[in-house]
Design a protein around this ligand. Structure first.
Ligand code: COA
Ligand code: AMP
Length: 639
């Protein structure tokens, strides 16, 4: 199998995937081991709810682990844990990982956890995070991983929605210069939540020992070592594998559901067709298991493919320096590497000449993939110049679970156009439509909202967790017959896609998707705040950073800077450090339309130094001058 090439062209496959989705994905599904073959590849009888591989039975964990051991891959590395934070490198072969996961799954079963139960995972980047996910998959428990940078309140919201029977957590995460104790955050979250999980299983890390609550808390190692291994449980293809919460436009996150069958089929397919990775190759996605990139391309896809995956606990810079990525690529012979543009901006900032590069042998590296936020042409050109390999931007979302638009490298790489994520991935019929009148498609070169014609391909969200109405209202209602991506962009005359901005209140900070609405809810809860707005201003390193504007209640005479400090601390406490909310300014009024809609878009343009036209409906145009003056005082626009 090594080095095999895809024999059909991208164009042939793309056309086939739209003309005959059942035939196309049914063929791809032959790469997965099924206990029982499906009755129908696609059931689209109840749009917009489509179900893939109906009647089929399989197990994702079996496809990720056991079957590779049975096929003779037992001694190949499945997962390499590389942690510049602790100085550890640990390698797990497929055989070892299967045994560990089977035993831990037995431990979960011994707590009474069974098919359909939810299990929340709040873990740093340690192998046990992947082991926890795979163990849940093995017994049909539905996992919900929460990113470690979220604080108690966010955790509590997710506990209340998913209602987990158990929480699996690390005692701490390691950030440069500080140990983040997870257990007190977890205890607070359970205190805040109305739903109380019956069990917490805690991985005690040496950097911080968690105090345990008798009866509720269990030591990870007791469970992992003493339990008997268990076999994989056959599951319906349509059974949920996981729920992953992602930012919506309000403070309430959306529980994106992923099924087992379609997910396994499309991820396995994508490893070759999108990333050009064969079984046995080493693939590295430098993300976090708390994000969709971590779910799909640190854990599930490389393992479904029989490849080797890397789980990296560190940062692109400062752990210990801007050469860390090169060291990992060299030491583990990484063939394709996937990260967020921010990471490369951070490296470029610290080592603009790439002076650290010649210290490493990067001959294994064939392609760099970027995603998660808009990749600015400067960063792409810098990476191309320094690494001398193709640098390919690609575009996807938590909701889709795998790329919607990409230079599908397995078919042979198309010419790269800077600023474009290339062409739609097979399965995605992408249209650019007018925001006001979605039945009108935009001609090449004109920006519009990006929609995908239904049915969506396998692996995309079948619904939101116990919220079919939310699913329909958020994604399916505005453009009948289409999925609304929430992104705006255009296609050029060659069909290449350019992703320009979000159409909603979501911002992207260092590749992390955050809701400005959620931050506004926190600011509004401060006793001195009458009203507020949060927007994402351009940032050289993180792409965007949140910036708050608050109007104080009449009669508040405290120092503005004290209030701002409290607001910054409040967002950190309620949402978490990952929000990176460090800037707020007190203003007299917010610009609004006569109907009371805050003109956030115009405020953002002022902050970014872009041209703008105040709408005819603006209530009082002079407020824009006040906002411009406040921003100027704070040093905006930056240049
Ligand atoms: N647990 C606890 N805290 C976390 C955390 C985690 N898992 N991840 C981040 N944080 C904290 C950071 O320590 C930081 O805290 P601070 O305010 O005390 O400094 C804060 O959240 C903001 O983090 P971040 O936005 O990551 O900024 P940073 O300055 O620490 O690092 C980069 C900047 C560019 C190096 C970093 O953002 C990065 O590596 N980005 C790549 C992003 C990525 O891989 N995204 C995945 C999508 S593909
Ligand atoms: P998430 O759900 O966290 O993966 O974030 C998805 C959002 O990130 C998308 O809707 C886009 O707004 C943005 N995004 C992801 N990849 C890209 C990309 N390559 N270019 C531009 N924006 C991107």
């Amino acid at each position: 199998m090594r080095g095999c090439i895809v024999l059909v062209t991208y164009e042939e496959d793309y056309q086939k995937s739209l003309a005959d989705p059942g035939g196309f994905w049914g063929k791809a599904a032959e790469e997965i081991t099924w206990y029982k073959k499906w009755d129908r590849v696609l059931d689209n009888d109840n749009p917009p709810f489509s179900r893939w591989f109906v009647g089929g039975e399989m197990n994702t964990c079996y496809n990720c682990l056991d079957r590779h051991v049975e096929a003779g891959r037992g001694d190949q590395d499945a997962l390499i844990y590389d942690s510049p934070m602790t100085g550890q490198v640990e390698k797990y072969t497929y055989r070892q990982l299967t045994e560990i996961v089977a035993r831990f799954a037995g431990g979960l079963q011994s707590l009474g956890i069974t098919k359909g139960d939810r299990v929340l995972i709040y873990m740093p980047m340690v192998p046990e995070a992947a082991i926890a996910m795979l163990a849940c998959a093995r017994i049909g428990a539905i996992h919900s991983v929460v990113f470690g940078g979220f604080a108690s309140k966010e955790l509590a919201t997710r506990i209340n929605d998913a209602k987990p029977v158990a929480v699996l957590a690390g005692s701490c995460g390691l950030e440069p210069g500080r140990v983040v104790e997870y257990k007190p955050l977890l205890d607070d979250a359970i205190e805040l939540a109305t739903h109380k999980p019956s069990h917490c299983v805690i991985l005690q890390r040496p950097e911080a020992k968690a105090s345990m609550i008798n009866g509720r808390d269990h030591d990870w190692n007791d469970l992992a070592v003493k339990s008997a291994p268990v076999e994989c449980v056959p599951l319906a293809a349509t059974d949920p594998l996981y729920i992953l919460y992602t930012s919506g436009t309000t403070g309430v996150p959306k529980g994106v559901v992923r099924d087992n069958g379609g997910h396994a089929v499309v991820l396995k397919w994508s490893m070759k067709h999108v990333y050009d990775i064969d079984p046995g190759d080493v693939f590295w996605a430098a993300s976090d298991v708390g994000w969709v990139v971590g779910h799909s391309y640190i854990v599930y896809a490389p393992l479904l493919n029989g490849s080797t995956t890397i789980l990296f606990e560190g940062k692109p810079v400062g752990t210990p320096d801007a050469g860390t990525f090169w060291r990992v690529i060299q030491d583990h012979k990484v063939k394709s590497f996937f990260t967020a543009p921010t990471a490369f901006r951070a490296i470029k900032q610290q080592d603009p000449e790439g002076k650290l590069l010649p210290d490493y042998d990067l001959s294994s590296l064939k392609i760099l993939f970027l995603a998660g936020e808009r990749a600015d042409p400067d960063t792409i050109m810098w990476a191309q110049d320094k690494l001398n390999i193709p640098v390919l931007d690609h575009w996807w979302q938590t909701e889709t679970g795998s790329p919607m638009g990409a230079y599908c490298a397995g078919y042979g790489i198309k010419p790269v156009k800077l600023g474009s994520i290339s062409l739609p991935v097979p399965g995605y019929d992408i249209r650019i439509v007018d925001e006001e009148n979605p039945s009108v498609e935009k001609p090449a070169g004109e920006i519009g909202v990006i929609a995908v014609k239904l049915p969506l391909p396998p692996g995309t969200l079948p619904t939101l967790w116990q919220n079919d109405d939310g699913f329909t209202n958020s994604y399916m209602k505005d453009i009948p017959g289409y999925y609304k991506t929430g992104d705006a962009g255009y296609v050029d005359e060659d069909g290449y896609l350019y992703i320009m901005a979000r159409t909603d209140d979501i911002i992207n900070v260092a590749g992390h998707r955050l809701s400005t609405g959620g931050m506004e809810e926190v600011l509004a809860s401060h006793k001195d705040v009458a009203e507020c707005a949060v927007l994402g201003a351009k940032d050289e390193l993180k792409g965007q950073i949140p910036m708050g504007f608050v109007v104080l209640n009449a009669g508040v005479s405290r120092d503005d800077s004290d209030i701002v400090k409290e607001l910054v601390a409040l967002v950190r406490e309620k949402i978490g450090p990952v929000a990176a909310f460090r800037q707020a300014m007190v203003v007299k009024r917010l610009p609004k339309t006569r109907s009371g809609k805050i003109l956030r878009g115009i405020m953002r343009k002022i902050a970014d130094g872009e041209e703008y036209n105040p709408p005819a409906t603006i209530d009082d145009p002079e407020i824009l001058d006040e906002i411009t003056a406040s921003l100027k005082q704070a040093g905006y626009p930056k240049n």
